[in-house]
Design a protein around this ligand. Structure first.
Ligand SMILES: [Zn+2]
Ligand SMILES: [Zn+2]
Ligand SMILES: [Zn+2]
Ligand SMILES: [Zn+2]
Length: 448
């Protein structure tokens, strides 16, 4: 006969890693006082942001492909239907601002932490990824392929219309139920055929596979031949594999200079997926070929009150952008003119792609030693002070106490601060994340 604690232990041991994390969070809630809870969550959040920022900054100035063609292959095998994942809303702010036990229970009960089928989780994250990808790489084309029952099909061919792609994906995931086994070979063939036929020579050709089925694929022929032909076509393949590492996928990523990641849990999957939105270094062949000039047009905007026939939807729509060469109208930028094949962009699009070539330098952690009082009383350092009120513990006088970005007091502890190596200004982790992830300029350096 087993006691209640034995049953509890047995249950915990059988859980997946991502389930354990949330039971762990609940444990913190039970074991600690409210103050400690908010502090622990604050530190965890800081650590996550800092890891993310560090990963995002590549110190080397490499040649990168800014005109990107990407095919996403989604495994729609049985495993996507059977496996369950947790979708958690970002409750960090709530944990910090008010973190009483009652509030925590309310968050848990309100359904903000819920278990869903893996296909639902992937569908949701994919929508976020595509929005982020188009935002980071305005000069890109994305297509999506699904694979189930040993076959592969296009959900949408490579295109530059984010709205259209999002709509197609929503329709697909609402109507299709994952079943059977996926086929790595068939889906790779389909993506490679489309990329080599449609993508221009100078474009960076990429495939990203989201694979959930553990150690199984249903292929009609020799997959190693397909891999070799993908390598010859200079296509970079990366894989996010839920079901543990597979030899064929590892081999595929290593010969094509891609990445193979196995996410630990849902937030990790989100971070890993988003990391693929940053341009990768060009393939060896693209490093060698001499750069060629690409013609681009900067269309003029037509007033929204004027309605006319557009070339993209073939409908009468308000406003739009006029191609400077053939005067046909398009609803969205960037797009490619269907009449004269001119690439139509706006200057902010080019500027946004350009920043990937010159990333902001990584901010340095100052690692100031803790003052003796702080070592005993961390709690006092996260107290929000009224304006003008003096903090109980004062840092050395030569260290700024406010973040240069948001002008907020640098919270938690005096040693949790980051400094720009060029302008020597101090920043909080949130501002550092914003500077490296969205702004792409250091406000201190820009000020001169
Ligand atoms: Zn249109
Ligand atoms: Zn045109
Ligand atoms: Zn700040
Ligand atoms: Zn700076």
């Amino acid at each position: 006969m087993s006691s209640l604690s034995d049953v509890h232990k047995h249950k915990t041991a059988g859980k997946y890693n991502w389930e354990k994390q949330y039971s762990g969070a609940y444990q913190i809630l039970l074991d600690t006082s409210d103050q400690d809870l908010s502090k622990k969550h604050y530190i965890q959040r800081e650590r996550r942001i800092r890891e993310k920022t560090k990963k995002s900054v590549s110190k080397k100035r490499l040649k990168k492909g800014l005109v990107r063609w990407l095919y996403i292959i989604v495994d729609m095998g049985m495993a996507m239907e059977i496996e369950k994942d947790y979708v958690v809303k970002d409750n960090d702010e709530k944990f910090i601002s008010g973190s009483s036990r009652q509030q925590m229970t309310e968050i848990q009960n309100s359904g903000e932490t819920k278990s869903v089928r893996r296909v639902e989780m992937v569908a949701q994250k994919l929508q976020e990824f595509i929005a982020e990808y188009f935002d980071q790489n305005p000069l890109c084309q994305i297509g999506v392929i699904s694979t189930m029952e040993g076959t592969a099909e296009y959900i949408e061919m490579a295109g530059d219309n984010a709205y259209q792609l999002g709509k197609k994906l929503r329709e697909y995931f609402e109507t299709k139920v994952p079943r059977g086994l996926p086929s790595i070979q068939n889906s790779l063939r389909l993506a490679a055929r489309s990329l080599s036929a449609l993508a221009p020579d100078y474009a960076s050709k990429e495939i990203l596979m989201i694979y959930s089925t553990p150690y199984t694929t249903c292929d009609p022929g020799d997959i190693f031949k397909t891999m070799a032909s993908i390598k010859d076509r200079h296509i970079t393949c990366s894989v996010i594999g839920f079901g543990g590492e597979m030899f064929v996928l590892r081999k595929l990523t290593s010969i094509t200079n891609g990445r193979y990641v196995v996410p630990r849990n849902t937030p990790d999957f989100h971070d890993q997926l988003m990391s693929f939105s940053r341009p990768i270094p060009s393939s060896k062949r693209n490093q060698i070929i001499t750069p060629e000039m690409i013609q681009m047009g900067f269309p003029s905007k037509r007033a929204d009150t004027m309605r006319s026939f557009c070339a993209c939807h073939e409908e009468v729509t308000p406003g739009g952008y006029i191609c400077p060469r053939c005067a046909s109208k398009y609803c969205h930028l960037p797009s490619k003119c269907k009449i004269c094949s001119l690439m139509l962009v706006s200057s902010p699009h080019l500027a946004r792609s350009f920043h990937h070539l010159f990333p902001v330098d990584d901010f340095v952690d100052l690692h100031l030693p803790l003052l003796p009082e702080e070592e005993h009383d961390h709690r006092s350092t996260i107290v929000d002070l009224a304006p003008g009120e003096k903090h109980p513990v004062q840092p050395p006088s030569n260290v700024p106490t406010f973040c240069f970005g948001c002008q907020q007091r640098l919270r938690h502890s005096w040693n949790m601060r980051l400094q720009c190596p060029n302008c020597q200004k101090s920043f909080c982790v949130d501002c550092s994340d914003f500077v490296h992830g969205q702004l792409y300029n250091c406000p201190g350096c820009e000020q001169g």
